[in-house]
Design a protein around this ligand. Structure first.
Ligand code: CP
Ligand code: NVA
Length: 335
């Protein structure tokens, strides 16, 4: 779980948050604001990924992740190659190690959505190019990066913000916990007993002592005074056989008007999508005035573009931050 600078290749991966410095995440958010603004203004000449190709492996379905990565790479002047994990036979037709080494000969980066988290770690280990986690059974860091950015751009991000995730202790909840290990905030997960998050990630995040992290089983108690109510599907990809049992067990964990009334009046509602109205979230809350769900989805594009520039054209990324710092310093001197 790292953005570990690999000595032998001098490359960076984005597999998770745990090895990141929180200030680097804020730096990435500032760059994401710049990237977002540039797109709104029309940025046809800005091509920091020119001549770069990104191999994207999808072993699970996707709409947002696939579209936002492919479009983002195109907008930055690069080229995305879509690969179906099944058809390339990752780990069956050929070894993870060989796929990682082979793709490194053709491409500038690998973006992968996989079942087993150990496989993305294997790819990162053997690839000589940056590797990005586009969701595994364990985590979904690109999602949570865009989520936290969605709060940051609204001026809502601060160290006492209370983010309450209501539902399954799944991959998205795990990434929130990982984030809490590096950026200070108040994270609460309200989940049924037996649907806890990954215990290793939880222990590691708590051991860092950066954020207050609570795990509760009473959604109403958790939602009290929340700044953010967040949810995700009750049945993640790959768990379809458990769907009926989950519908029963998770029924008290729906985000609806009654639960939202426990949160602060100005609280926002978030969901990573795809969403099932009437299950984890009621239709009136999903489509209501406190929902920022579509902003989150849009921000996947801007934040991932920023991340790719950071990973693939670090000089361009550094240039922005240097200019930004100089501008801020000169503003201070003049004021
Ligand atoms: N939120 C998200 O990752 O959506 P997709 O599964 O459609 O990519
Ligand atoms: N927890 C969900 C997230 C989908 C973006 C899943 O893994 O299916």
């Amino acid at each position: 779980m790292q953005e570990v600078q690999k000595q032998e290749f001098g490359k960076r991966d984005f597999i998770g948050f745990s090895h990141l410095d929180g200030s680097k995440i804020i730096e990435l958010f500032d760059y994401s604001l710049f990237i977002k603004k540039k797109r709104k203004e029309g940025s046809s000449g800005f091509l920091p990924l020119r001549d770069k190709t990104v191999a994207m492996i999808f072993s699970k379905p996707s709409l947002r992740t696939r579209v936002s990565f492919e479009l983002g790479i195109h907008e930055l002047g690069g080229y995305a190659i879509n690969l179906d994990g099944q058809s390339i036979g990752l780990g069956s037709r050929e070894s993870v190690e060989d796929v990682a080494r082979l793709l490194s000969r053709y491409n500038s980066a690998i973006v992968a959505r996989l079942h087993e988290h150990a496989i993305i770690e294997g790819i990162a280990k053997h690839a000589s190019i940056p590797v990005v986690n586009a969701l595994t059974n364990l985590s979904h860091p690109c999602q949570v990066l865009a989520d936290a950015f969605s709060l940051y751009e609204r001026g809502l991000w601060h160290e006492n913000i209370k983010v309450v995730f209501v539902g399954d202790g799944n991959n998205v909840a795990n990434s929130w916990i990982e984030l809490a290990g590096v950026l200070p905030f108040h994270f609460v997960l309200a989940c049924p007993e037996g649907y806890m998050p990954d215990q290793g990630l939880l222990a590691a995040a708590r051991a860092k002592g950066v954020s207050r992290i609570e795990i509760l089983h009473d959604p109403a108690a958790a939602a009290t005074d929340a700044d953010v109510l967040y949810t995700d599907v009750w049945t993640s990809m790959g768990q379809e056989e458990e769907k009926q049992a989950r519908l029963r067990i998770f029924a008290p964990f729906q985000i609806n008007s009654a639960l939202l009334s426990k949160a602060k009046p100005e609280a926002v509602v978030m969901h990573c999508m795809p969403a099932h109205r009437g299950e984890e979230i009621s239709g009136e809350v999903m489509d209501g005035p406190q929902s920022i769900i579509l902003d989150q989805a849009e921000n996947r594009l801007h934040v991932q573009k920023a991340l790719l520039v950071k990973l693939l054209n670090h000089d361009e990324y550094k240039k922005f931050h240097l200019t930004h710092r100089l501008l801020n310093a000169s503003k201070k001197i003049r004021s």
